[in-house]
Write a protein that binds this ligand. Structure first.
Ligand code: GLU
Length: 488
């Protein structure tokens, strides 16, 4: 049977890297086995859920390339895929559980429950619901019903099950006596997470639940509900947490945790997917750079590690650099263009020249944002001189004279290609009695304004003779102009 898996985010926050990895594992499993990937929005907490968060989550998944077969916008035979539109189903399931003796009405007030809990805590004990309402006499129930007393529905936890098999962690034992009769439907007629998730997993035919470790403690309750609802439970695979470099649970303290933020910072989706896939999963060899197709081809739940994964930003940066280096020029140009616009620049009109520029810059970049930054001097009319670069490279003796001589020599360099440009620079330095480095550093400040750039000869060739000469001459003029104090 082809598997049906789901990613079930609660839209109470953005799509964080942990959620994205859970979605990815589900997606990979579905694609590997020709199954169905369902996206279900768990928005029963109306107060904390928002439409903006839903949009953000969908955008994040799309950016990563995780398309869903059923869910919001895609539709499907098991809709609606928003839990807030399925409340009648949860109410019907709760009524059925009561009718079949698996659950009962509880009229206890929140005050009573709180008092009992506090009293138990004062005695140093954990309190579990005492089944007071299970023991109510029929007359008392009739009285309460006559005044329409608020009532919740509690699941009657049977003392059966003691363990389940988790694909990642193996057998996980639990003591049913430690589980209280938990609420499945609140007195406001809203389901708790346990009820809605199980009802939906049953109705949507979910065969494998792949989700975060933080849900392990909920699974015994879910198993009891599957049984009470007469449904075979799915296979469970609980994926270990993602930790920061300090081995604490990954949080904002460690830097960006939202997928959108990584997108904004200039990471490529293919690199992000590759990186997330290897957080807690391994193909069983040392293979690190894997395309989406390769991931699909080798993904297995058995390859998920039982111990926590550490989110290593340096590795992500390295991986992103690898993907940047390999991206076809047209795709890189399309990815960088919006960042250039955001930086007040525009992509050059000549695509071939733009591609040459990108090829020159990409070995020095880890992120798209680095490419956009490195591209600035090539795309502005007038470069800005970095004060530090000026201080470092322009204060030697007669730098203006050297630069002027280079401008003149380059003006007649023909052809204006790398070997000839390099020969001109070296010959001019020799003529002027200085090391080539002096001229190279000064010329770099002239044409890029910076201390670092790709190789100077390549930069000059890419800019072309006219622009290179004009920039060198402008620096000479600039240095000849008396300046008040520091650099304007
Ligand atoms: N909505 C739950 C969450 O965001 C996921 C529930 C599940 O996967 O069972 O944590």
């Amino acid at each position: 049977m082809a598997p049906r898996v789901r990613f079930a985010p609660s839209p109470t926050g953005y799509l964080h890297v942990g959620g994205a990895r859970t979605a990815l594992f589900n997606w990979l499993y579905a694609r590997r086995h020709g199954g169905t990937f369902v996206l279900r929005i768990e928005d029963t907490d109306v107060q904390r859920s928002s439409a903006d968060m839903v949009t953000g989550i969908l955008d994040g998944l799309r950016w990563l390339g995780l398309d869903w077969d059923e869910g919001p916008e895609a539709g499907g035979p098991h809709g609606p895929y928003f839990q807030s539109e399925r409340l009648d189903r949860y109410r019907a399931a709760a009524a059925r559980l009561v009718a079949e003796g698996h659950a009962y009405f509880c009229y206890c007030s929140p005050e009573r429950l709180r008092d009992e809990r506090e009293k138990a805590e004062a005695r140093g004990e954990a309190w579990r619901y005492d089944r007071a309402c299970l023991a109510l006499a029929p007359e008392r129930v009739a009285e309460l019903e006559a005044v329409a007393a608020p009532r919740a529905v509690r699941f009657k936890v049977p003392a059966t099950h003691t363990a389940f098999d988790d694909v990642v962690h193996g057998p996980i034992a639990f003591d049913p006596r430690s589980i209280e009769d938990f609420v499945v439907l609140r007195s406001d007629d809203h389901p708790t997470y346990h009820l809605s998730v199980v009802v939906d997993d049953v109705e949507m035919g979910i065969t494998h639940v792949i989700r975060g470790d933080d849900h392990i403690s909920n699974t015994p309750k879910h198993l009891l509900l599957f049984e009470a609802l007469g449904a075979a439970p799915p296979t469970f695979a609980h994926v270990p947490l993602i930790l920061g470099a300090d081995k604490k649970r990954l949080s904002k303290r460690h830097g960006a945790t939202s997928v959108t933020e990584y997108r904004r910072q200039g990471y490529l989706p293919a690199a992000m997917v590759n990186f997330l896939a290897l957080l807690g999963w391994s193909p069983g060899d040392d293979c690190e750079l894997m395309s989406m197709a390769e991931l699909v081809g080798s993904f297995s739940l058995e390859g998920i590690s039982g111990s926590s994964a550490v989110f290593n930003v340096e590795k992500l940066d390295w991986m992103n650099g690898q993907y940047l280096a390999r991206l076809p020029a047209g795709e890189l140009a399309a990815a960088v263009a919006p960042l250039l616009v955001a930086a007040g620049l525009s992509a050059p009109g000549d695509p071939a020249w733009f591609h040459r520029l990108l090829d020159l810059l990409r070995p020095r970049a880890k992120r798209l944002t680095d490419v956009a930054d490195l591209a600035r001097p090539f795309l502005v009319e007038t470069v800005e001189y970095d004060p530090q670069a000026m201080e470092k490279h322009l204060e030697g003796s007669d730098v203006p004279g050297h630069v002027a001589a280079l401008a003149a020599a380059l003006g007649t360099t023909d052809p204006f290609d790398e070997p000839h440009v390099e020969a001109t620079v070296r010959a001019t330095a020799a003529d002027r009695g200085v090391k080539a480095g002096v001229l190279i550093h000064a010329a770099r400040v002239a044409v890029t304004g910076r201390t670092t750039s790709p190789g100077l000869f390549e930069v000059l060739v890419l800019l072309g003779r006219d622009r290179s000469v004009a920039r060198l001459e402008r620096l000479v003029d600039f240095l000849a102009t008396p300046r008040a104090g520091t650099i304007p």
